[in-house]
Design a protein. Sequence first.
Lengths: 314, 529, 214
Amino acid sequence: MSDLARLLVDASSLAPQVDALFWFMVALCGTVAAAVVWAVLYYSVRYRRGSNADRSGEPSTSIPVELAWTGIPAVLFIGVFIWSLFVFVKMRTPPANAQTIYIVAKQWMWKAQHPGGQREINTLHVPIGVPIRLTMTSEDVIHSFYVPAFRVKQDVLPGRYTQLWFMATKLGDFNLFCAEYCGLDHAKMGGHIIVMRPPEYARWLDGNAASGTLAAQGAILFRSHGCSGCHSPDAAIHAPDLNELYGQTVHLADGSAVIADERYLRDAILLPNQRTVAGYKPLMPSFSGQLSEEELLALIAYLKSTVESHHDHD
Amino acid sequence: MTTIDAAFYREGGLRSWLTTHDHKRIAILYALGITFYFLLGGAAATMIRLNLVNPAGSLLSAETYNKTFTFHGVVMVWFFLIPSIPTTLGNFLLPLMIGARDVAFPRLNLASWYLYMAGGLFTVAALLAGGVDTGWTFYTPFSTMFSNTHVYLVVIGVFVTGFASILTGVNFIVTVHTLRMPGMTWFRLPLFVWTMYAVSLVMVLATPVLAMTLALIALERLAHLGIFDPALGGDPLLFQHLFWFYSHPAVYIMILPAMGVVSEIIPCFVRRRIFGYRFMTYSILAITVIGFMVWGHHMFVAGQSMYASLLFSILSFVVAVPSAIKVFNWTATLRKGAITFEAPMLYALGFIGLFMLGGLTGLMLAAPALDIPLTDTYFVVAHFHYVMVGGSVMAYLGGLHYWWPKITGRLYSESWARAAAILMFFGFNLTFFPQYVLGYEGMPRRYHSYLPDFQALNVLSSAGASILALAYLMPIAYLLWSLRAGQPAGNNPWNARGLEWQTSSPPPEENFRHQPVVREAYAYDEAAP
Amino acid sequence: MTAAAQVADQYDDAGQQRYAATLGMWVFLATEILFFGVLFASYAALRFQYDQGFAVASRHTDMLLGTLETGVLLTSSSLIALAVRAVRLNERRSAVTLMAATAALGLTFLVMHGFEYYKEYTEHLIPGIDFSQPGVHAHAVELFFCLYYCITGFHSLHVAIGVVVISTLAVRVARGSFGPHRYTFPELAALYWHLVDIIWIFVFPLLYLIGRGG
């Protein structure tokens, strides 16, 4: 069973919390199952035909008994639900200081882009003890990012961003699987998560330095695709200023308001005039089909960096 | 002319069978179809388990493996599990149990069988000729834009079979409402009838959603409609919602009839009335209603909102309560009985154990915090096989053994039947229990090859599967043998209390020569001729 | 002269048989609603995402024809109700006339839809066959028309089935197969026709009117 011990390693901050709930449920369900099996076996022996057990005076229904075994499981289940609720909400809520890494899935590989511009395929290097938030999308079908040792999984969908977060707590090399069936080589669409000490991670980042950070790559795209031609303060065409836009509330022409998150920015680039910003004309051309998923993420990283650099100055 | 015809029907020429309106004969036609599809689906399962004996999956290519598990899923779900108990035991017993001469629409009943067989043969032909590699769940956009296999044909086959399901449901609902004999009030109905009624409601209300959704998949492939395709602005999660709106209640189509069968078998061999009859009926209704509101628990990691997930989670916990009530009531029925352990009883006890394990692990999956790591792994595969195979198939076989003397008028070999039931129980656990562990270790489902770490448990599972395969083949042999050599069963070989046992075995075409009278649930008087 | 009801073996009497048939029809109609329910749910989900696009797309539909079609269907529904009444009163001639009129109105509905489809074809509005639209909402318009054709197509299929059923019914009424004691089948056909009508009452505002408010 050394296999088991190795595979079941709990390597993220969430894993022990999930495991606690899991083993509690195993114990609870095991107790219930054992009790029922024991009762079945006991009655089967005691009341087998021909035994001389007392069979008198047993009603064929009893409302208090029925209510008891309706109510007790119900209360237990609600209790488990509440416990699970807390763990689940934690799993779905990345800490504010989480570092973002972008993942693009395609048949049948995982591509990762670090904020520093480093790229890797089917491998993801992360530092230990640092919350990591993955923003993920797919170029084709639905995939699912699954790291058993971290107890995390999230489907990766084409046409939208999903996110997942974890904080690795153990060093080493952990399996990454695709968990949503995605075609021919679904079984081979795996990889490794390599958890390193921060200094080693920094060294790894340096050793794989790309031509500029992801935000810098995005800034280049921002100019080469002509975005800057309109979205700059001195442009002739009146377009919204995108500096420090990320995370802000955007008021739309139809009176509603949205937060400018990654999903909003993505939609605004690909389907710009579907939701016009209040006070502007729907003039922007769609960039659908002109930007790859990776380029889109670089652009978004650039737009986010305008906020981060501002905060650095504070 | 009528005498010649009557002789012709008694002889059972093929034509008389293929044009019969008798619910009992239609039930037997269904049983043949179901056995045929079960063997096909079982052959696919055998290929899957053989392939997974070694980590490289060297028996089948990845493409063939993907088509094989799709074949297994499609055939087992739509052509075996969903029709299994309702169309065979249900068709045979429903009119008998309520004292009717037939179902309300006998011709429609036969038409359902033709739709079922046509849809099934069409699907199987498509699956064998070219194959489909989408999995039985047909997730978009893979099924619409990326798979280049015969998705159309299979979707059409399932669509046609869906109508068979709907028409059976309509037929049963109307039969229960209109053809109960005098005195057979709702709370005197046998529990099996209650489950048939509930399952018919689910068939009628859920199946159209599947049919229409699959039609949209076909249209989307044909005309690139884009309703489910993100590249065209559509929404793949919409597909999943619609699909599971059917496919989760479909689980109850599979398990409710199994509960009904077990609720008939246990009182017979315990020689006591079922404990808590009323609560048993309430729990059937609760499962039926709440079962329609939990489909989103299949989508905790799919990208639906956190709040939706929490709502679906708590409803999933709630739907487990009535199932628990049923398990406790069956157990309580054993108390103070005079129990014997004929083959049907062994199947029923096996059902309680396996269904309970499947249900309890389902409870774990209802908690999103546990579902996140466990979903789409072998843990889920083990969970639903415990419910559907350990639950539904065990109950189907239990019911088949229990009513075999009534259906055929013959007794089978009791010792062979007990041996098969016991072998099946152990073979089943050996096959599927290791899959729980595999899933917790993190082995994803639908993998043609896997990491060598997972091999030991996979080999164990495959070994169990070979025992299970043997155990499934045994009843086919000794049940067929009983038709030739079995002892005549008599009207009521088990001394059971149900109304179906008050007539001859097999029953005459009009079911009862003399109309019996109901005193209360499971208590009938013989009427004067 | 009217045909008496024949009672099938499984029923005790004609009343039970009619009750069974009627209940069967109602249950079947429930399944019909769920068939359409998938399309309406898809419509709701996508309209929620593309509200402006759907409003724009809705303006491409033919308001005049849509309104006329609504009138035609509603009229036909009342005619079939009168036809069933005529059967029960043994007024065979007027029953046949009313049923023929119902079928004719159904046919008119289909022809009008045909004109609509043709007009949309010339305007390049049919996804999968010929779709090209200018403007920022083009893809939402395309999705709208995907649903438009699924919904109206599926509905028209029901109308076509209804026309066939009611025509056959008219012939059988003319031959005297139904009467005051045997009217289950006409009544069920009318139920079906009313459902087709009611579904249209939901289709019409969702597809034709939403973009025209305000």
